[in-house]
Ligand binder design. Structure first.
Ligand code: WTA
Length: 680
């Protein structure tokens, strides 16, 4: 793996100041007691008569154009200023921000910081091997990115191409993303836990001719053969012409004519790479995520709006300041890794941690030992890991000094009160605000979070609470009418566009419109349900569609059903999510076998698990497989998943209206089968 020459150098917290931050700090000191909008957010200094957080939020929504124009001018470096702030029409699914503007995302994330503070640490690579972290300054990351950009260019990657990156969280993965941005190519990062088939499907859909990977992955002390997975995937991807392989371990892997050792090729390249001037609305990346059909969708994010929103939310939700060390432990294969490990922190000139390991390796103190060693200020993780760590006991946390921490973030799924309290009390010693951040791959960045708020404003456990600047949530009733009162629940939609939102689904704009804009015309539909409290705070209640969330990983039940149904013994299946004490949700599969199948159920279960892990990923494997003679269906033949969910949750008193059921006896069979499975 490409290492900086002075990897052992000690990190000196370089505290430098751009004009904006110095005046901000000064003003903050003066205004500790009263919240002053311009002091809090220098970008807002031109907004007449706006004081207080709520007033600033109101302004950001009512004067959306002047708000975002001011923020975009000050927060981003433009090659050419934009002409039009926005041209959006939610009723048609048309979203466009900062048209006419030209910029380069890698220049915004690297060059401008290299000019002011070349030796500041950009990345701290927290390798799987504890205590062997490696730091990369902005200068080093720029050089690495430029060499990679030149290499891609030399190998024919052009503006408009899409490069697939199948790598664990590591500096070369970040440099690969930024190198694409530098030369105007889009990237498509695929989570390195996905199987060869899942990877192949994403490479094909993105029509990538170039793939970047590593020889082997190292996680939790275990080796994964990532290059071998790429080899298997590429066999069914005729578009792929070249594969670059970074050497994470010493192990030589089989190489073909199409394969190149990344580090060797990079050495041949110059450290200066001309950045491509990009239009605001050119594609920055695709990121595949699950929806309610079997086919994952490649959500498209563009240059200026995405970067601005990631940077702006990173700065204000987490209270990130120059010199802080930001520790987001999400994998770069997910949107959280894109926005809050890579783009947000780097656009802000921050120091960001790349976490390669797991919360329990080599022991359950890993996160907190890392916090102590790296002096992490903001820690951003998932409820599933918190729930897991609670089980190991407080001593694993208390062993380590967490005095550097100022803010604790949570993302990906609802955080239950017990986990929230523990995070707050044990990890944060009651001094660090816990921010439960709600957002999605589609939203690009955080949309609802307790912060920013007035300094002493309350934070309610387990609630995302406050819409971010420029975000206007609404709740809809079942008839599609906006619910205006508080203390009410409904489908969560957004009434206004914001710069970070996805622009389309790659190759399928129609699906984009149907999924997000047709359910509630004129609004963006999130797919989630939410409750608005008496005080107007939002709490996410969960998905309204057939998407579930396993250990913070989003997966469509239809995707799993597609695989299960491919098993020759299976006639039909229904997959649902159920509450799981650690993973948040677990996968539960109901399976009807074909007539005359004579195979042990246990063998079929094993076979199904292997299939799901081979075709999707291990995390999507069913925890339970219940065999049934038939599934409860409506008279029109639709599987009644609601009933299945209630049975699995053991909530038999609220099976609801069964009048449309074709044969009520089917439900009794399902209940009996479930009891039998639990008693095993
Ligand atoms: C869920 C992850 C409750 C939600 C950033 C959403 C949450 C989906 C929260 C998006 C939260 C995310 N509270 N639920 N704080 N954050 N979700 O695209 O159902 O991987 O629609 O993006 O995760 O998952 P995705």
């Amino acid at each position: 793996m490409w290492l900086p020459c002075r990897c052992a150098a000690k990190y000196v917290a370089a505290s430098f100041s751009r004009g904006v931050s110095a005046s901000f700090l000064h003003a903050l000191r003066r205004n500790r007691s009263s919240w002053n909008a311009a002091a809090f957010m220098p970008e807002s200094s031109g907004f007449e008569g706006v004081s207080g957080r709520d007033a600033l939020h109101d302004y950001s929504v009512s004067h959306s154009e002047s708000f975002w124009a001011a923020v975009a001018r000050q927060r981003l470096s433009w090659i050419r200023p934009f002409d039009v702030v926005q041209d959006c029409d939610l009723s048609q699914g048309r979203i466009s921000w900062f048209e006419g503007g030209k910029l380069n995302v890698s220049v915004n994330c690297l060059d401008r910081h290299v000019h002011t503070c070349p030796e500041r640490v950009a990345l701290i690579w927290e390798r799987d091997e504890q205590g062997s972290e490696v730091r990369y300054t902005y200068k080093e990351l720029l050089e690495m990115t430029c060499r990679l950009g030149n290499l891609l260019r030399r190998q024919g990657v052009k503006k408009g191409d899409c490069v697939t990156i199948y790598m664990p969280t590591c500096p070369l993965a970040v440099a690969s993303m930024l190198a694409c941005a530098r030369i105007g190519a889009a990237h498509n990062v695929v989570f390195a836990g996905f199987s060869a088939e899942a990877l192949a499907e994403r490479i094909r859909d993105a029509q990538s001719s170039t793939v970047i990977t590593v020889n082997q992955g190292v996680r939790g002390g275990k080796i994964t053969e990532l290059k071998r997975t790429v080899d298997a995937a590429v066999r069914s991807c005729p578009s792929v012409q070249q594969v670059f392989v970074a050497m994470r371990t010493e192990k030589q892997v089989e190489m073909t004519d199409r394969d190149f050792v990344l580090e060797e090729e990079m050495l041949k390249e110059d450290v200066v790479c001309e950045p491509a001037p990009m239009d605001s609305e050119d594609v920055l990346f695709l990121l595949y995520t699950s929806g309610s059909t079997g086919k994952p969708k490649g959500l498209v994010h563009t240059q200026a709006g995405y970067l601005l929103y990631a940077a702006f939310t990173h700065r204000y939700v987490f209270g990130y300041h120059d010199g802080d060390v930001f520790g987001c432990v999400a994998d770069i294969g997910w949107i959280t890794g894109h926005s809050y490990t890579v783009y947000g922190p780097l656009a802000n000139g921050g120091t960001t941690v790349l976490f390669e390991s797991t919360p329990v390796y080599p022991d359950p103190g890993r996160y907190w030992e890392m916090v102590e060693r790296l002096r992490i200020n903001q820690f951003y993780g998932a409820p599933t890991a918190i729930r897991l760590l609670i089980k190991y006991g407080d001593q694993w946390v208390k062993k380590y000094d967490r005095s550097s921490l100022t803010t604790l973030g949570s993302v990906g799924e609802p955080i239950n009160t017990e986990a929230w309290e523990w995070y707050n009390r044990v990890v944060g010693e009651g001094r660090c605000p816990v921010v439960d951040t709600w957002w999605q791959t589609e939203t690009g960045g955080i949309c609802i979070a307790p912060k920013p708020s007035e300094p002493d404003a309350e934070i309610v456990p387990g609630m995302a609470m406050r819409p971010f600047f420029g975000i206007k949530p609404v709740l809809m009733d079942t008839e599609g009418k906006v619910l205006t009162s508080n203390n009410t629940s409904g489908a969560l939609c957004m009434a206004q566009p914001w710069p970070g939102m996805a622009r389309t689904i790659h190759n399928n704009h129609q699906r984009f419109i149907e999924t997000y804009f047709q359910p509630y015309p004129g609004y963006f539909f999130t797919g989630d349900g939410a409750y608005r409290s008496e005080k107007g705070y939002y709490q996410i209640t969960g998905r309204l569609d057939d998407v579930i969330n396993v250990s913070g990983h989003r997966i469509g039940t239809a995707e799993i059903e597609d695989v299960v149904n491919q098993c020759p013994a299976v006639a039909e299946s229904a997959v649902i999510g159920y509450s799981h004490s650690i993973k948040g949700q677990g996968v539960y599969a109901f399976v009807v076998l074909k007539k005359g199948v004579d195979i042990q159920e246990a063998d079929i279960s094993k076979q199904l698990n292997n299939m799901v892990s081979e075709k999707i990923a291990k995390y999507a494997c069913p925890e339970f497989v219940q065999f049934a003679k038939r599934l409860p269906k409506t008279r029109s033949g639709k599987i009644m998943r609601r009933v299945l969910r209630k049975v699995v949750e053991c909530d038999l008193d609220s099976l609801g209206d069964l009048s449309t059921l074709d044969d009520p006896a089917a439900v009794q069979e399902i209940i009996k089968g479930h009891e039998k499975l639990l008693s095993k």
